[in-house]
Design a protein. Structure first.
Length: 357
């Protein structure tokens, strides 16, 4: 007579079996009772759909409160131009936060890049130096600042908050020294013509934002670099054991954010024809807010480029509505703070529900 192989379930006590069945039934019950809206928002498609609905509602509010001034075509282009600077910086910030870091220095890096760029333009353009050198200077300065951030954090063991806070103060101070706290006006016709061009009626600086966002989406979602970013942000130790050089990858993320700041500095110069140490003031807070609203986890491990783009459009549209209705900056800051808190609370609630189910 053959014997049936002994199963682990056969040697469990009745109490263990009862506890196991209770846990399984509780998990199934929690899944059944989860609200359909919460299940939808827990997916990337649901989050993006919710952000789109919020943007549409905000546009309706803008049309009601500001009337034809908000719906005017020129005003729409103004919103998109404002979104270009914040949007490019936010794309870089998305990678940093997804990788488990934070960057408080993006506004100061933008200011330093713009000052360095315009100083080079005013001092050397008279010597027939091509304007592409000015563009390269902005990108190199941004990448250099990001490299310093990355090395301090990855190899120096400095906490990202402290390292980037130090860069914020240093970059802003260096920008003030170079510019002597003066706004530098730059007049390079070739650069202005290139950056001020329109493609199918759309300002070229907006096209730059679209291209950066598209490249960021491909990089995060369709490449090994993106998968490594998600792994490093989700669990650095597990990523290291999987063969990922966590330190080197962290440096890459901050260099990428610095390059985005350099691109944003060029857009700022194209919009204002100036370089100033005051450019990008408080930009880091708006960028972090746009990224968080877009569904990127502050703890790392999950990021959304599409969500970040929606977050940027929501913030710039909100700023435009407040400007057209003559609301104060203090009211804008108060509402932005409330939006950030609400987004973080929603993230925490969704995360707790997902972990419980």
């Amino acid at each position: 007579m053959s014997e049936r192989p002994l199963d682990v379930a056969d040697v469990r006590s009745p109490a263990d079996k009862a506890a196991s069945s209770a846990v399984e039934s509780a998990g199934a019950h929690a899944k059944e009772e989860q609200h359909p809206l919460m299940r939808l928002l827990s997916t990337s498609v649901g989050r993006n759909l919710g952000l789109l609905v919020a943007l549409v509602l905000l546009c309706i509010v803008g049309g009601v409160t500001a009337g034809d001034r908000f719906l005017d075509g020129n005003n729409v282009l103004t919103i998109l131009r404002l979104a270009a600077v914040l949007g490019v910086v936010s794309i870089g910030m998305t990678f940093v936060i997804t990788g488990g870091g934070i960057d408080l220095s993006v506004g100061a890096i933008l200011a330093l890049s713009s000052v360095w760029c315009t100083t080079l333009a005013t001092q050397t353009m008279a010597n027939d130096t091509h304007w592409i050198v000015m563009v390269g200077a902005a990108l190199v300065v941004g990448a250099g600042c990001g490299l310093v951030n990355g090395l301090l954090i990855a190899y120096g063991g400095v906490v990202p908050f402290i390292a980037t806070l130090a860069m914020l103060a240093s970059a802003r101070g260096l920008a003030e020294i170079i510019s002597q706290r003066r706004t530098q006006i730059v007049n390079v016709p070739e650069f202005s013509a290139f950056m001020g061009a329109k493609v199918l009626g759309m300002p070229f600086i907006v096209i730059i934002f679209v291209l950066v966002a598209a490249a960021g989406w491909v990089l995060l979602n369709r490449t090994t670099f993106g998968r490594r970013t998600l792994a490093v942000g989700g669990n650095p130790e597990a990523a290291r054991l999987a063969g990922i050089n966590v330190q080197r990858h962290t440096v890459y993320l901050y260099v990428l954010a610095g390059v985005c700041c350099g691109i944003a500095a060029l857009i700022m110069i194209a919009r204002t024809n100036t370089g100033s140490s005051t450019h990008g003031t408080m930009l880091e807070l708006d960028a972090i807010a746009a990224v968080v609203i877009g569904g990127t986890l502050l703890s790392g491990g999950r990021g959304s480029i599409v969500g970040t783009v929606f977050g940027v459009l929501i913030f710039t549209t909100l700023t435009n509505v407040f400007t057209l209705t003559n609301r104060s900056i203090s009211e804008q800051s108060l509402l932005k703070g409330a939006i950030i808190v609400a987004a973080v609370l929603l993230q925490q609630r969704l995360a707790s529900r997902n972990s419980s189910t």
